[in-house]
Design a protein around this ligand. Structure first.
Ligand code: GDP
Length: 434
């Protein structure tokens, strides 16, 4: 999956463009999950090509007096994480010193950069846009993010610019696990404790673009790939102090993995960054296991693991069916359990329920508690099945699908989870006309 990053100084229209790109797709996703949780990351699609979009404006968006250092960070994030970069400028303002700074950084990049001139909504401004040749980035695309005019051409160019990726051959159907979490949570310690010091036998896959790398391991009788994006990252001078940056650093690893092992620091709790990473995995329909690491540091009489777990689960609503384990990378406590749980989530995500078994159980469940009648009409569901998709998706055929609302879908999901083990795995429920 290609990753697109939008860069540019504040208030040039990055977020409007971002919203426009992800709008169509988000509308669909949101009607399913009922939640939007990230303003900076989303999925988009054009001419059948799917891609992810990062608005690297992140937390600096909106403020006018952004330091050059912030812009630099933003662009470096884009350079590291994206396959294609869209650089947005504003025809009304013309070229500003900050635009020059960004252009200077981008001129050194070998990745495709699309220069997008915003607010071009008449012929006069079309002429004014010519000055942006001076940025030394070649040809540009004009558009107006408010009305959306010109975005079609920009998207065509974007799709065109995606690098040809060598189909990475997945020889074996090994699970791919990514260890994610904020800095200092103990990710490296966990990995080292789990697989020993002989890691980072990074075998570079051919191709110029930085990509996730799988390293195969065999521990406790389980074979799996660990997704590693850190090994190939250019030595970052960038301190990942801002929450936004460290979250966005996880995007590629999460997208590439089957199951994300989210490591959190027990002494700090399940905070903003942890939650953002969790929802990033959920949004990508990946399996998730939460490891509360550094459990050795927590005074057991002040906080029991059960209270701790309950606190975390509250934050996971409504996706609470996630394994939570208390581990210590230092004392190697419950590492095998953690791996077992991760493998189990992988299996859960892969499982296929036969249509007859699914109907047998679910139709009874529906009969016991049918969807509420709406406007005097009864909703009937007579048939359902699991779809042959990569992640668990279920479709229920109804005479009046529009009358089946979110709470009832949640009821169906809970019943599915009661009867089959989908712990740690996001589920999609669709209601369709029969
Ligand atoms: P990363 O940035 O997520 O990879 O975190 P590191 O693995 O580098 O760990 C950050 C710090 O936490 C280091 O000083 C580790 O020694 C320490 N640490 C990691 N895991 C544990 C643990 O389970 N218990 C304790 N007490 N310290 C830990």
């Amino acid at each position: 999956n290609n990753i697109v990053a939008i860069v540019g100084r504040p208030n040039v229209g990055k977020s409007t463009l971002f919203n426009r790109l992800i709008q169509r797709r988000e509308a669909i996703v949101d009607s399913v999950s009922g939640v939007t949780r990230d303003r900076n990351y989303g999925k988009s699609e054009w001419n059948g090509k799917e891609f992810s979009v990062i608005d690297t404006g992140g937390y600096v968006r909106g403020s006018d007096d952004v330091f050059e250092g912030e812009i630099r960070k933003q662009v470096e994030l884009a350079i590291d994480e994206a396959d294609v970069i869209i650089f947005v400028v504003d025809v009304e303002e013309g070229i500003t010193p900050m635009d020059e700074t960004v252009a200077k950084l981008l001129r050194k990049v070998t990745k495709p950069v699309l220069l997008a001139v915003n607010k071009v909504d008449n012929a006069m401004r079309e002429k004014d846009a010519v000055e942006f040749y001076n940025l030394g980035l070649g040809d540009y695309y004009t558009f107006a993010s408010i009305s959306g005019s010109g975005t079609g051409d920009l998207l065509d160019a974007l799709i065109e610019a995606f690098p040809e990726k060598p189909e990475v051959e997945v020889k074996e159907d090994l699970p791919r696990f990514a260890v994610v979490g904020r800095p200092n949570a103990g990710k490296s310690s966990f990995i080292n404790a789990l697989i020993g010091q002989d890691r980072y036998i990074v075998t570079d896959i051919a191709g110029t673009t930085r990509d996730a790398i799988d390293t195969k391991f065999d521990r406790f009788g389980f074979e799996f790939n660990l997704v590693d994006t850190a090994g190939i990252r250019r030595k970052a001078k960038v301190k990942e102090d801002l929450e936004f940056y460290s979250v966005m650093r996880s995007v590629r690893a999460i997208e590439h993995a089957d199951v994300c092992i989210l490591v959190i620091d027990a002494t700090r709790g399940f905070e903003g960054q942890d939650q953002s990473i969790f929802w990033l995995a959920e949004k990508n329909r990946k399996g998730v296991v939460i490891l509360v690491n550094k459990w050795d540091l927590v005074e057991k009489d002040t906080m029991s693991s059960r209270d701790y777990e309950e606190k975390i689960r509250k934050e996971l609503m409504p996706f609470t069916d996630v394994p939570i384990l208390f581990v210590s990378a230092l004392t190697k406590q419950r590492l095998l359990k953690a791996l077992e749980a991760t493998v189990q989530v992988f299996e859960n995500r892969k499982q296929r329920i036969s249509t007859s078994k699914f109907n047998e159980y679910m139709l009874k469940v529906i009969e016991a508690y049918p969807p509420p009648a709406m406007k005097g009409k009864y909703v009937k569901i007579k048939y359902c099945m699991q779809l042959p998709t990569q992640t668990p998706q279920f479709v229920f055929f109804a005479n009046l699908p529009q009358y089946v609302k979110e709470p009832y879908k949640r009821y169906l999901e809970n019943k599915i989870r009661d009867n089959w083990d989908f712990a740690g795995v996001p589920i999609d429920i669709y209601i369709r006309e029969k």
